[in-house]
Design a protein around this ligand. Structure first.
Ligand code: RP5
Length: 284
């Protein structure tokens, strides 16, 4: 499985910027991101968006002392890549280092907030149906991208794993809602969407499981995801799909995977890993 070396790759999206809808983060120089390096002058800003305190999808602040972290309960509090520490008030500490904000920001859960990301792919094809090659003679892979309504960035159509849901259910649900607009489809269209999704999502390859450098991360709350690749080798399943943006997506499109992509959070790393995985299968 693909691994990101977080010792080399520092926080980039969740450091030294303005928190979305919130205050400026306290400045953290590259060499002070790691918790192993003392930073006595560190004065992170305390910020939790007001709606988080009352939202049904968020932890209630009064339950914090009794939450069992690093454990799998109805809510998944596991981090996938090792345990994280908690402080004397049982508040989890971001194991990937400082972000300049304490509190939960926009995130509902203390500690890891679990998401699932479906990378749906097919080969780019020429008019005659043959696989399209780039200028080095390497096949071009395409993936389904959505344009997020919250920040206008292109992204994988992923979403949060809701309490009681599984990763596989979330993958299918998010793809249906954001890339096929299943929430607004007629009952007949919904049956067709479900049957096509069934075929495409029947098999998938897990590509990554772990931390995400998400712009919402704080020192006490952060994103963790499971990335799956669902690949349509012949491209035939997708002839039946009509992409239509819905829910949190303002637009949806097939995008060629290339160096020029500039995607949300760690999604560039994820689609690059999928591309390498698909090429390794292609050349087998
Ligand atoms: C990212 O946030 C994950 O990789 C996933 O794509 C996304 C989930 O958050 P929402 O799309 O629900 O805001 O960290």
């Amino acid at each position: 499985m693909f691994r990101i070396n977080w010792n080399e790759k520092l926080h980039t999206k969740c450091r030294n910027n303005t928190y979305p809808g919130g205050p400026d983060r306290f400045t953290v120089p590259d060499e002070k991101v790691s918790l192993k390096v003392p930073y006595p002058d560190y004065k992170p800003v305390d910020y939790t968006e007001a709606k988080v305190f009352t939202a049904p999808w968020a932890d209630k602040i009064e339950t914090l002392p009794s939450i069992k972290f690093n454990a799998l309960d109805r809510i998944n509090r596991l981090n996938y890549d090792g345990d994280y520490d908690v402080d004397e008030k049982n508040t989890p500490i971001n194991p990937k280092g400082r972000t300049g904000i304490i509190g939960r920001g926009l995130l509902g859960r203390f500690g890891p907030n679990h998401a699932a990301d479906p990378v749906v792919t097919k080969w780019a094809r020429n008019e005659d149906g043959s696989i399209k090659l780039d200028n080095k003679g390497i096949p071009i892979l395409m993936f389904v991208a959505i344009k997020r309504k919250d920040n206008g960035q292109w992204a994988i159509p992923g979403g949060m794993v809701e309490a009681g849901d599984t990763v596989s259910l979330t993958l299918r649900k998010e793809f249906g809602e954001e890339a096929l607009n299943s929430l607004e489809a007629s009952p007949e269209e919904q049956i067709e969407i479900a049957s096509n999704l069934e075929k495409l999502f029947a098999t998938g390859d897990e590509i990554y499981r772990g931390y995400v450098d998400d712009y919402r991360n704080t020192d006490n709350a952060w994103m963790v995801t499971t990335v799956y690749n669902f690949h349509d080798e012949s491209g035939e399943i997708f002839n039946k799909f009509k992409l239509k943006a819905g829910d949190d997506a303002g637009d949806v499109s097939w995008k060629e995977i290339s160096q020029e992509l500039d995607l949300f959070a760690s999604h560039n790393d994820f689609v690059k890993a999928v591309y390498e995985f698909r090429l390794s299968k292609f050349y087998l």
